[in-house]
Each structure stands twice: as C-alpha cells, then as structure tokens.
Design a protein around this ligand. Structure first.
Ligand code: NAD
Length: 291
C-alpha cells in the first residue's frame, strides 16, 4: 500500500471534540442544552443499533437526546402528530426520523413535516433547495459533510480539482456534488446509466463512490495519486458463511494507485454520526439567533 490512509475514526473523534467544546460554550453562555429527538418505528435490529449509537454519542458530547420508539403499525398521522409536537418543543433543536420507514408511511410527507430549522438530516426540501442554490445557513446532510471533512484532511483547498461522485442518491451523491461545487471543484456525477465509467474515474483527482455495489471500483480505474473516498457499506457473505463489511472500492488494488484512501470500516462511517451532532449544535445555535 502506498496511499495515505484517511483515518475516519480519528477525524470523527476530532469533530466530536469540537462539538463538545461548542456545546460547553453555548451552555456557559446561558442557552438551553441542545436537544436531539430520535424517532424509530418498528424493531428492525440494525436501526435499533444506529439509534442507540446516535443517542449515546449525543449524550457523550453534553447534549440531551430523547428517543421515541413507536410500534411498526404506527399510522402516518400519529407520526406526523409526534413531529408537530417536537417542532413546537423549545427544548428539542434537532429531529431525526430513522429510515427505512414501514411501507405504509409516505417518506416524503414525513421529511416535509420536520421543521426546516430542526431538520438535522438536511432532507427537508427547503434545506435541499438552500444547498442547491449555494445559500448559507441551511442544514446539510451528514454523510456528505463528513466526506468533505475527510477530503479536506488531505487537500485543505480543493478549488479547481476535478471530482467525480459515483452515485446520485438524495442522501449522499447529490448533496455531496453540490458541496464540491460550492468548494469550486469541477464536478461530475455518475450513476447506474452512466457510460464509460472507467474513463470518467481515471480523470478524477477526487473520486467519491456511494453506490452500494461491493468492489465496483477497481485499482486500474484510478488516476494515479487520486484521493478516493469509499462511502459504501456492504455486508458480503464469506465462503465460511460469515459476513464481512466491504466498501464499493477494491481497497487492496486502489491503495497502491491512489494518493489517499478511506478504509471500510473506519472511513466515512464514523463521520456521519459526528456530523449529526454538529448539525444539532448548529440548529440550537440558529434557534438562539447565533450564526
Ligand atoms: P442508493 O441505493 O440510494 O443510491 C445508489 C446510487 O448508486 C444510485 O444513484 C445508482 O444510480 C448508483 N449506482 C448503482 N449501481 C451503479 C453502478 N453499477 N455504476 C454506477 N452507479 C451505480 O444508495 P445510498 O443511500 O446513496 O448509499 C450508497 C452506499 O453508501 C450504500 O452502500 C450505503 O450503505 C452507503 N452509505 C453509507 C453511509 C455512511 O455513513 N458511511 C451513509 C449513507 C449510505
């Protein structure tokens, strides 16, 4: 391996320290302790683990976290009512509804119901529009914020660099492409219908992959020295029946061509919750009229 390893665990710990200091200063100035509400519907095991992690890490940086565990047969109207109560609650600054939702609930209605100033996931159409228009002050999705911090740990100034984002979801690819554009990169987005993916990858100084296709990107797709950020989290079955967590990039191949690369696990994963905490503090500061 010749590439620099981008240590997401260490950088996420640094982000959490920054949030902890920010929370302490906010509370010392006399403001209410920032509060995050996490809503989970149903008993999906993976979602329960994510929710517990979010609650634990929120409390660890000095914020309040309330969890709302609702049964799988909760009606959409009941969920919307809870969101309205949380919107009106001055002690709650961030609201996160854990996805996936049961199929009888309309995701877009839920996203739109969360007050834009408490939308710490950054999925509300108003926040999506703010980001698309390059306006300051909106809440931005957590994973793309985390990816930007990882890229900046290698290149503090990315203006003029060529970036390719493989994957165009609303959660990762699209918001990330907008952040890269705001940072003055020349940005392309690839997706499942993109032709000639290999050539496009080879042109990228910064390559971010978020497809959910294990091993999609091989070592020889890369421009030598490129910075490679692997967002993919895939559970792959091993011949012995066990499960292995892998990314969308063939790490062993890519690490000998890239200039810098994230591992999976330990790359983007820890950054997402760290930026959920940062967004909750940002929401509390905005509610207090601070920048
Ligand atoms: P998604 O399924 O919503 O979107 C996948 C995107 O990849 C689509 O735009 C699709 O067109 C594109 N794509 C699929 N196959 C492709 C191919 N062969 N070539 C080019 N493009 C292709 O997925 P998502 O929610 O954006 O998640 C993507 C991956 O990132 C998943 O593995 C997910 O688990 C992971 N993820 C990780 C974090 C984290 O915190 N690290 C957060 C969110 C998502």
């Amino acid at each position: 391996m010749t590439a620099q390893l981008i240590d997401g665990k260490a950088i996420a710990a640094q982000v959490r320290r920054e949030v902890e200091e920010g929370v302490a200063a906010f509370v010392a100035a006399g403001w209410t302790v920032p509060g995050l509400a996490v809503v989970l519907i149903g008993s999906d095991a993976a979602s329960q683990v994510y929710v517990e992690n979010k609650v634990r890490q929120t409390r660890a940086v000095g914020m309040r976290s309330e969890r709302f565990l609702l049964p799988a047969d909760t009606q959409e109207s009941q969920l919307l009512e809870l969101i309205q109560q949380l919107n009106a609650d001055d002690t709650i600054h961030g609201i996160l509804v854990q996805f996936p939702l049961p199929p009888h609930i309309d995701v877009s209605r839920v996203i739109s119901a969360i007050h834009p100033e408490k939308d710490v996931d950054g999925f509300n159409p108003l926040n999506v529009g703010r980001l698309a228009a390059g306006l300051e002050g909106g809440l931005v999705p957590c994973t793309p914020l985390g990816v930007m911090r990882l890229i900046r740990s290698v290149h503090p100034d990315i203006a003029g660099m060529g970036a390719l984002v493989v994957g165009a979801s609303n959660v990762v690819g699209r918001p990330l492409a907008r952040l890269l554009l705001q940072a003055d990169c020349t940005v392309s987005i690839a997706h499942i219908k993109t032709t000639d993916l290999v050539r496009r990858c080879r042109e990228a100084d910064i390559l971010v992959v978020a497809t959910g296709v294990p091993g999609l990107i091989r070592g020889d797709y890369l421009k030598p020295g490129a910075t490679v950020i692997d967002v993919g989290i895939n559970r792959v079955r091993l011949p012995n029946g066990g499960l292995k967590l892998t990314g969308d990039v063939v790490f062993e191949e890519a690490a000998s061509i890239a200039g810098a690369i994230t591992p999976v696990p330990g790359g983007v994963g820890p950054m997402t919750i760290a930026y959920l905490l940062a967004n909750t503090l940002q929401a509390a500061r905005s509610a207090a009229g601070l920048r």
